[in-house]
Design a protein around this ligand. Structure first.
Ligand code: SF4
Length: 328
C-alpha cells in the first residue's frame, strides 16, 4: 500500500518575548492510502498545529509535507486553494465552525458553489440530497439552522461539507470531543463507514486514546511537540513503551474490577519555550536518570513497527514484563 502523505522533519516555532515556542519539533511520519492515523496527546502537545501545517493553515518553520508525492508545505494562492479539493478538515466545535445564518442546505452548498462543483441548480440540489443521506442527516432538516440541531447533527453537517468535493484525505481535529459519549460512537461509526465506502484516508486528532483506538490503523502519541511513541493500536495498548503513553492509558476509565495499578503523571511540564536538549518528559518521568536531563532521545524502532523516544524503553519494557509475570 502506498503512502498518501509523508511528513519529514516538520517544525513550527512561534516567536514569543521569552524565546521560540517549539509547537511542533522535528516530526516525521507517513500515512498509507485508505488508512487512519490517530494523533493523541494532551492540550498544547502540538497535535492541532501539526494538522494546520499539513493542510496549509500555517506555514512550517522548516521541514516538508508530501501529498501524493508532491511537496505542498509552501504552496500558495491558486495551488493551495486547489489542494483543498483533495484535502479537507473537520473541526472540533461544529457550532462555532458553521455560519449560524445559513440553513443545512446552504451550509452544504457553500463548498460546492465555491469550487463550482455542480453544473446547474438541479445538480447542486441532487448533490446536497446525496451528501445529507450519506452523512445521516434527515431530509426534513434541510432548512433547519445550526442552533436548532443537536451537537451530533451539527457535526454530521461538518462531515458532509468536508466530503462535498470528494477529497481523498481528511484531517479530523477532535471531531467528537465536544459531543456526548453516545453521539461520539455514532460519529466514529459514521466515519468508519465513510472510509470503507469511499476509501478515504484520515488523520484523526484527539486527546483521548480510547477514541482513536477504534478508528486508527496506527497511533502517534505526541508530547510537547515531539513524537513520544508510534505503533499500531494493538501493539500500543498491549505493550506501551513510553512512560507518557502508560500514563495516558492509565487515565482511561475502566470498570474497577479490571483496574490495574494506575500510572499517575506528576511533576511540572517542561516549558515548550527553548526546551533544550533534555528529554521533554524528564520532569514527570519516574524512570528519569542523568542522561535524560542532557540528551534528547531519538525515535527508535524497539519492536517491529513500534517506535519510541526513550533512552530506557527496553529496561522499562522488561520491568513491565517482570511486574506482569509476578502478578500472574
Ligand atoms: Fe523517562 Fe528518560 Fe525515557 Fe525520557 S528518556 S521518558 S525521562 S526514561
Amino acid at each position: 500500500m502506498d503512502n498518501i502523505l509523508e511528513v519529514k522533519n516538520l517544525k513550527k516555532y512561534f516567536k514569543t518575548p521569552q524565546g521560540d515556542l517549539h509547537a511542533v519539533d522535528d516530526v516525521s511520519f507517513s500515512i498509507k492510502r485508505g488508512q487512519t492515523l490517530g494523533v493523541v496527546g494532551e492540550s498544547g502537545c502540538g497535535k492541532s498545529t501539526l494538522g494546520n501545517l499539513i493542510i496549509g493553515l500555517q506555514p512550517p518553520t522548516s521541514g516538508e509535507v508530501y501529498f501524493e508525492g508532491r511537496e505542498i508545505s509552501r504552496l500558495e494562492g491558486k495551488n493551495r486553494y486547489n489542494l483543498l479539493k483533495e484535502m479537507q478538515l473537520v473541526f472540533q466545535d461544529p457550532f462555532s465552525s458553521l455560519n449560524p445564518r445559513m440553513c443545512v442546505e446552504q451550509l452544504i452548498a457553500e463548498p460546492l458553489k465555491n469550487f463550482r462543483a455542480c453544473k446547474n441548480k438541479k445538480e447542486l440540489e441532487q448533490r446536497i440530497t446525496e451528501l445529507m443521506d450519506f452523512a445521516g442527516i434527515a431530509q426534513r432538516l434541510r432548512y433547519s439552522y445550526p442552533h436548532e440541531l443537536d451537537g451530533g447533527r451539527r457535526q454530521r453537517i461538518g462531515i458532509a461539507r468536508a466530503l462535498a468535493l470528494d477529497p481523498t484525505f481528511v484531517i479530523c481535529d477532535e471531531p467528537v470531543s465536544a459531543l456526548d459519549v453516545s453521539i461520539q460512537a455514532q460519529i466514529i461509526n459514521l466515519m468508519m463507514d465513510i472510509q470503507k465506502e469511499k476509501g478515504l484516508t484520515f488523520m484523526f486528532i484527539s486527546h483521548d486514546l480510547s477514541v482513536v483506538k477504534h478508528i486508527s490503523s496506527d497511533i502517534v502519541v505526541m508530547y510537547l511537540g515531539r513524537i513520544a511513541e508510534k505503533a499500531s493500536p494493538k501493539s500500543l495498548f498491549k505493550n506501551p513503551l513510553h512512560p507518557y503513553t502508560k500514563g495516558l492509558l492509565s487515565a482511561i476509565p475502566i470498570p474497577s474490577a479490571e483496574r490495574q495499578k494506575r500510572t499517575i503523571l506528576r511533576g511540572e511540564l517542561t516549558s515548550p519555550i527553548n526546551p533544550g536538549k533534555s528529554c521533554r518528559f524528564a520532569n514527570r518521568c519516574v524512570y528519569a536518570e542523568e542522561r535524560c536531563k542532557c540528551e534528547e532521545p531519538a525515535l527508535r524502532e524497539i519492536m517491529p513497527e513500534h517506535f519510541v523516544s526513550c533512552h530506557r524503553a527496553e529496561e522499562i519494557s522488561a520491568i513491565a514484563s517482570q511486574v506482569e509475570s509476578n502478578r500472574v
